[in-house]
Structures are given as structure tokens and as C-alpha cells.
Design a protein. Structure first.
Length: 276
């Protein structure tokens, strides 16, 4: 499952989970036998955070619809490298670049590349609003849950357009504003690093259309089932790491149904666009 590659990097996962939900999730740092059990769990079930898992499910469905022959791919805002690794493995003939503003994450990803033996994947430090260091055109650019962190997102979108080949593809996932929660505890929840709540599907399509992109596919993500599973996942992780780990597998199965329900609304939006 998504994130299993990090089973030997529990410290990186704990920091990533803290950054997602500092108020509700404060994982301990066990050692010895307990740490070995955690590594085995991650290797078997992946990262037990349903936000990551649901985004990965939608992304995997999107790239299955992509044409073959991708040669150059950019993961803009690559974080700890999970999507870049997925793309490098899916397109072994392609050159995949991951870029992130966080030097520590980039350094970690470079070590991970060596550990996994991926010759077609590289990482660099770069701000998604200023990608002037990149000059080669790309067949595909992905940017997953990045734009809500970026003040000058318009510069990022213009940079994506400039860097894509004619008919190149852009995949974006972002949360949407005015999210409706199920459980009262989550009604006031927000991500500390977000500079905005997110983008509505219509607003994002409009921004991209003005640049010259054509809409290819738009999906409402985290619909009813996805939202319920995500909230329960975070609630149980806040109560107890072990309880959260125990209920994660069945919640994941529930969340896997989310893309098949044709959601009319959702907490997030995934969008695949093509450069005109």
C-alpha cells in the first residue's frame, strides 16, 4: 500500500504526520521491539493516514488514463517523495524530477533514491513559484496538495504551463474551501501551514483555462465515504496510535469506495488538464 517504502524511516513519517495534524496527532517514538512492529506494520499496510491514502487512490486512477510514452515528469512540491517514486517505477523509461522548497526533505529523498536504486529519479531544491532553473519541457507535471500552501500560486500555475510540452498534462489535487464536516470536532480544524483553505473545482478550472489549459478530467475527492473514513482515522489516531493502526485497514477499504460513488461534492478536488 501507499507509503510502504518508508518502513525503515519512521522518524520521517512521524514528522510528516505531525505537520499534517499537530493539534491532534503527537506520536511517541518507541524503540526496540515496538519500533520493529511499527516497521512491519508500515511495510504491510503503508502509512496509516487516510488523507494520504485517498489522494493516492485518486492519483493512481488518474495516471492509469494517461497515454504511454512519458519521457519527462516533474513532481512540483514533492515532499518526502512518495509520488515521485511511484512515477519513477511506473515509467522506468522516463526522467522524473522531484522539487521541493524544503532542503531537509530533498536531502532525505536523495538518500531514498539511492536506497531504492531508482536511476531515473532525481530531486532538487526549488520553489514552485520560481522554476526558472528548469528549462526542459515536461510531458507531465503533478502537484498534489501544494497550491494551498503557496501564497503566489498564480506564478506556480504560469510556471507549470511554461514548462509543459504542447499537449503536456498537468495533474493537481487540492482541498476545497468551505468544507462540510461530519463530526463536530473537525468543524474548526485547519492546517497550520495553509495560506488558504483551498480551491473550488470551478475556480481552479477557470484559472487554468485563462492560461490556455483544456480541462480533461475533474473529480470531487473525499466525498461522503472518504470524509467519514478520514475523520474517524484522525480521531482514532488522536486517541491512541495503536487504536488508529488497528482500525486503519477496514477504514481504508471503506475509503477505497470513494472514487466509485461519483461524488457531487467533496473536501478536495483532483484535476487533470492539458496544455493547449
Amino acid at each position: 500500500m501507499f507509503g510502504a517504502i518508508y518502513f525503515n524511516h519512521l522518524d520521517v513519517l512521524r514528522q510528516s504526520l505531525r505537520s499534517m495534524n499537530e493539534e491532534m496527532y503527537r506520536p511517541a517514538e518507541p524503540k526496540g521491539f515496538v519500533s520493529a512492529l511499527e516497521r512491519l506494520y508500515i511495510r504491510l499496510f503503508g502509512i496509516p493516514e487516510l488523507g494520504l491514502q485517498i489522494r493516492a487512490v485518486y492519483f493512481k486512477r488518474a495516471i492509469k488514463r494517461l497515454p504511454p510514452g512519458m519521457r519527462t515528469i516533474l513532481d512540483a512540491g514533492s515532499g518526502i517523495g512518495a509520488y515521485a517514486v511511484m512515477l519513477a517505477r511506473r515509467y522506468p523509461q522516463a526522467e522524473v524530477i522531484g522539487c521541493d522548497i524544503d532542503q531537509a526533505k530533498v536531502s532525505f529523498c536523495k538518500g531514498l533514491v539511492n536506497e531504492l536504486g531508482l536511476k531515473n529519479l532525481n530531486f532538487m531544491t526549488a520553489d514552485v513559484t520560481s522554476l526558472d532553473r528548469l528549462s526542459q519541457p515536461y510531458d507531465l507535471i503533478v502537484s498534489i496538495d501544494v497550491l494551498e500552501h503557496v501564497e503566489d500560486y498564480a506564478s506556480a500555475l504560469r510556471g507549470f504551463y511554461r514548462l509543459l510540452k504542447p499537449n503536456g498534462l498537468l495533474y493537481i489535487h487540492t482541498p476545497q474551501p468551505k468544507q462540510i464536516r461530519i463530526m463536530k470536532r473537525f468543524c474548526s480544524w485547519h492546517h497550520q501551514d495553509h495560506v488558504r483553505e483551498g480551491f473550488s473545482a470551478a475556480a481552479l478550472v477557470g484559472e487554468l483555462s485563462e492560461l490556455g489549459f483544456a480541462k480533461v478530467d475533474v473529480r470531487q475527492t473525499f466525498g461522503g465515504l472518504g470524509r467519514f473514513a478520514w475523520e474517524l482515522n484522525h480521531l482514532t489516531l488522536a486517541w491512541s496510535t495503536w487504536l488508529g493502526a488497528a482500525v486503519f485497514p477496514p477504514l481504508y477499504l471503506v475509503a477505497r469506495l470513494d472514487p466509485f460513488l461519483g461524488n457531487k461534492t467533496g473536501l478536495g478536488v483532483s484535476l487533470l488538464a492539458q496544455k493547449g
